[in-house]
Design a protein around this ligand. Structure first.
Ligand SMILES: *Cc1c(COP(=O)(O)O)cnc(C)c1O
Length: 365
């Protein structure tokens, strides 16, 4: 049994083959085809693919003009990329507390951390379960601070019936190998505003918006670079994996939700574990299934002995010295960091695997 699976469908293999044989490997038609499919999947007017979610997050901060002296509020419970991109942009990450029942950033804590130097807030949908977007958006709106959703875990999730990707100024997705939908490595930025989209398209490729720059009759492009851009675009090979993998995604998501439901039925009855609880109105993409429990290391060893892989996935990231030391007073993060552990949740699990996992947990540690 594996903790994660990587699905590459036959359709994806066929599409990749087609691209390889075409020898047009650079960003081209297949990227545009993938972006069109993503736009309808997430219901956003603009979706720009990039080569990772890390690049996506960094690009959003660049578009917002984050630089030295600016603060960006982030949760400590996330993958290090969420904090590192703030440093890449020259800004200062400010860690807000999380709600230990979800692992997600707390709107009240964001409000406490906002200063006149706050330039953006990044909210992560931990494990794929949407953050309280109404509350977080209200705090951001009151303070006039833009919100970036780090939806690396949350492709396919919904908040109050609307897809994650259609709700905030910027939403960043990851298509890295172990995320729910993969292009090998890859990411995307969904945005609502036309000007933001133009900036994203421009800065993702050296400062040139390829959609707009055409060659003249002798093949010369005359665009001059005005904004600092990056080499962050997705190529046709990665996009072919995406185009091939995307159609079966809803089915795979449905299977993950079924397993999530089964875990809730069975493990919800154990007095020894607490399940993370999605909020009212949050439909998770079910990328992780998190438990909170005592004596986590003993639990990990017992599960390993029973053939069940488990993982803390990410410890709170402010423990890394690169961020300047642990932020004091984040009581939700302290509890979560001590108690959280994830069990396998993916569509490669058979019903027998699922029963093996629940039996292993119920057998104690
Ligand atoms: C995986 C992950 C990222 C980075 O995604 P990449 O596509 O690997 O760059 C960012 N944020 C979170 C929460 C992640 O889990």
């Amino acid at each position: 049994m594996n903790l994660f699976n990587t699905t590459v469908t036959d359709a994806a293999i066929a599409k990749v083959n087609e691209v390889l044989r075409s020898t047009f490997l650079n960003e081209g038609e297949v990227v545009r085809e993938f972006e069109a499919s993503l736009r309808s999947a997430v219901g956003a007017p603009h979706v720009a693919t990039v080569n990772s979610c890390t690049a996506a997050l960094h690009l959003c901060l660049e578009v917002l003009g984050v630089g030295p002296g600016d603060e960006v509020i982030v949760p400590p419970q996330t993958f290090i990329a969420t904090g590192l991109v703030v440093l890449h942009a020259g800004g200062t990450p400010v860690f807000a507390d999380i709600d230990p029942d979800t692992g997600n950033i707390s709107a009240a804590s964001i409000r406490d951390k906002i200063t006149d130097r706050t330039k953006a807030v990044i909210a992560v949908h931990w494990g794929g379960a949407p953050v309280d977007l109404d509350a977080v958006q209200a705090v951001c709106r009151d303070a006039g601070v833009p919100l970036i959703e780090d939806a690396a875990h949350a492709f396919g999730a919904r908040w109050k019936g609307q897809p994650i990707g259609a709700l905030s100024r910027f939403t960043c997705f990851s298509f890295q190998a172990i995320k729910g939908m993969t292009t090998g490595d890859g990411g995307a930025i969904a945005c609502l505003d036309d000007d933001d989209a133009t900036h994203v398209y421009t800065r993702r490729w050296f400062g040139i918006d390829k959609r707009k720059v055409t060659a003249n009759d002798i093949g010369e492009r005359s665009a001059l670079i005005e904004q600092l851009g990056y080499k962050y675009h997705m190529n046709n090979v990665a996009a072919a994996l995406g185009v091939g993998n995307l159609p079966s995604y809803p089915e795979r998501l449905a299977r993950r939700r079924e397993i999530d439901k089964r875990y809730r039925q069975v493990l919800g009855q154990s007095p020894d574990v607490r399940l993370l609880q999605p909020l009212e109105g949050a439909e998770s993409s079910c990328w992780l299934f998190g438990l909170r429990l005592e004596r986590r290391e003993d639990f990990g060893r017992a599960m390993k002995g029973r053939g069940v892989p488990v993982s803390v996935i990410d410890r709170r990231i402010d423990r890394h010295p690169v961020f300047g030391g642990l932020t004091a007073g984040l009581t939700g993060a302290e509890v979560f960091d001590a108690e959280h552990i994830a069990i396998p949740l993916h569509d490669g699990l058979s019903d027998d695997d699922v029963e093996q996992v629940t039996a292993a947990v119920l057998a104690g540690w």
